[in-house]
Design a protein. Structure first.
Length: 343
């Protein structure tokens, strides 16, 4: 065999080196891909573990909230059953709870009476009072002014919306202005009918003629639908200030929404540790609501409640899970969960 020319030997060694480098790079890439896959799988596994931990903690938070609500109910006396912002359930959300395993739980418990219960506007399928229509129209006018849109985009008619909602909720099938209630709804795709019953959720407002998502989302913080039956109006002891502004009071046909001054007076009474009560209540800390506002309230206010909105938010690292529930504690031996949403 003829010996290779030095140039050819160098070329051969060069080709061999390139081959070696190729396989080394291929091996490095393979190892890197494997390690990356292992890292991703590890992160994914840790993420799943944290997600499961957060969900379990959030679910446990709802059970803790139920325990606090039952404790509060058992401490109440028949002579004065009033929900306030100083009750044990209301204080639970002031500080987050931190756990040795790194978890954090935040509770927010809200008296359903701290919002306007739209179902309180009807009794046995009929408007509660002659004030129902004018109150709804006035309330919706206030809400429309807060819709995040231009004046042209927020071109709603509050009276028309009020009547549409009343037609949706009342027991009959005729519009207040005459004609069948279902005409509009039967033209939708898919078609449906007016409910002719109490509202079962705030989201249901989106089915009512004229209530678009933007308007429903603006209304949402103000209202509740719980309890569905036997409901009263706003609890002045637990409602936030923006809901207090929806208190409709007066007399002799002259009713109006609460002014800033009236809201301030209610907040000042609460700040002294006093309780806004019905005139018939017998308690040294009671301040009659009628004296504070100087008139009657529509719909009649609630002072005690057995239905509460609960929000339990659990965090592990960068993973967060939230459970939103509605709890009915009317039967202290068997509290019920009326609604449940995991986010």
């Amino acid at each position: 065999m003829m010996p290779l020319h030095p140039r050819e030997r160098r070329r051969e060694r060069g080709l061999a080196l390139i081959s070696v480098l190729f396989f080394v790079l291929l091996m490095v890439a393979t190892v890197a891909t494997f390690l990356n896959r292992v890292g991703i799988d590890g992160l994914s596994s840790r993420g799943r573990d944290r997600s499961a931990q957060a969900e379990a903690l959030a679910r446990g938070g709802v059970q803790l909230a139920i325990g606090l609500l039952l404790e509060d109910r058992l401490l109440e006396t028949d002579s004065i059953r009033v929900e306030t912002r100083r009750d044990v359930w209301a204080l639970a959300g002031r500080e987050p709870m931190r756990f040795p395993d790194g978890g954090e739980l935040r509770l927010a418990i809200e008296d359903a009476g701290g919002r306007l219960n739209l179902n309180a506007l009807f009794v046995d399928g009929e408007p509660r009072d002659d004030l129902t229509e004018v109150f709804l129209s006035t309330f919706l006018e206030k809400v429309i002014a807060e819709v995040p849109a231009t004046e042209e985009e927020a071109d709603y008619d509050p009276l028309e919306l009020a009547r549409n909602l009343m037609d949706w909720m009342d027991a009959d099938s005729e519009r207040l202005e005459g004609g069948p209630e279902d005409a509009y709804y039967q033209d939708q795709q898919p078609s449906y009918r007016a409910a002719n019953r109490p509202l079962l959720s705030v989201d249901e407002l989106g089915l009512v003629e004229g209530f678009d998502p933007r308007l429903v989302n603006t209304i949402r913080p103000y209202v509740s639908v719980y309890p569905v039956a036997g409901a009263d109006g706003i609890n002045p002891n637990t409602a936030p200030t923006y809901v207090l502004a929806a208190i409709y009071s007066g007399g002799a046909g002259d009713y109006r929404l609460a002014t800033e001054d009236l809201v301030r007076r209610i907040v000042e009474v609460r700040a002294t540790g006093s309780i806004l009560c019905d005139e018939s209540a017998n308690h040294p800390d009671c301040v009659p609501l009628a004296e504070t506002i100087g008139g009657d309230v529509f719909p009649p206010p609630s002072f005690q409640s057995d239905v509460f909105h609960v929000q339990a938010t659990a965090t592990y690292g960068d993973v967060r899970r939230r459970v939103e529930a509605v709890v009915d504690r009317s039967d202290v031996e068997d509290p019920r969960i009326l609604a449940w949403n995991l986010r």
